[in-house]
Write a protein that binds this ligand. Sequence first.
Ligand code: DAH
Length: 353
Amino acid sequence: MAGFLDEIEPLKRTALAELKSATDLAALEQTKGSWVGPNGKFTALMKQLASLSKEERPSAGKLINAAKAALEAALAARREELEMAAALPKEPTDFTLPGRRRALGKLHPLTQVTDDIVRAFRKIGFAVADGPEIEDEYHCFDALNTPADHPARDSQDTFYLSPSPAGAGEGGAAAPGEGRGAKSFLLRTHTSSVQIRVMEKQAPPVRIIVPGRVYRRDNADATHNPTFHQIEGLYVDKNVTVGDLKGTVEFVFRELMGSDVKIRFRPHYFSYTEPSYEIDFTNALVKKMGKDWLEIAGCGMVHPQVFETVGYDPAVWTGWAFGFGIERIAMLRYGINDIRLFYENDVRFLKQF
Ligand code: DAH
């Protein structure tokens, strides 16, 4: 008995020392096992308890329980220390460093310009309309008085989609006399297609603008990209004149580019307007580029055939329409010389706006 009792104290001290010196949680668990696990040294000691006499057992049991409680307390304390150490940052922390700010994003320059154009038109009562980028030939060309054999289709070549399952181009009214299956779909070459979609749905008067993405089969260079953006405008009412058109265009460009803006109309041809014009634009920026005028938009008085097609009476209703490229305006405004910069999404470029 004396021998057995004498073993407890040194064993306990060794165990405590080992637990305290465990350097990480895994080592601690291993040490724990070697003492109080099924084959642990301390467990072995407890098993010997059974072989003691009835008189010896209470005092030996008391001693062993106290030792066991000490080991468990030491184990818990060391575990907490090691867990705390594991959770602490590896590097020292400098609490005097400035806080980390989340950098605020910005709108893309094309979005900013579009928003400005929309704002200018809203001041004079225009509403924004929208339409599908995957368009059918009817809305992109035919209804705009540009039949399949019209040469204007060559200058606006685009990406055609293979015959699509029912449901594509959803939201647009089916063209008269055309079943869905017979339709051929393409990526719209201009936002002018939305003129037709709006007039099909709504009775005159109409006062809309249509900002949106358009597509052409063009190779990318400094001034071309297969994807770009346009704003279309349409105004239909009684007794609308070219004077209204010119006044409106002038107002909007002055809002956008400053009061020194001058515009000029040059006769041109578009199949959906008659007469048609190209709009030239100038201001100090254009002069700085070494030019007198810069071609900026197409426009004209809505062709009576277009009104007939959508079911407006051309004897009652008159109107004008225009379309221009948003990139063109943004390039002028910010002095950007390569259109491709808009699409590369290089933050060094985007950060400047
Ligand atoms: N759709 C023409 C283009 O993409 C621009 C245009 C010209 C739109 C004349 C019009 C218009 O509404 O009347 O080049």
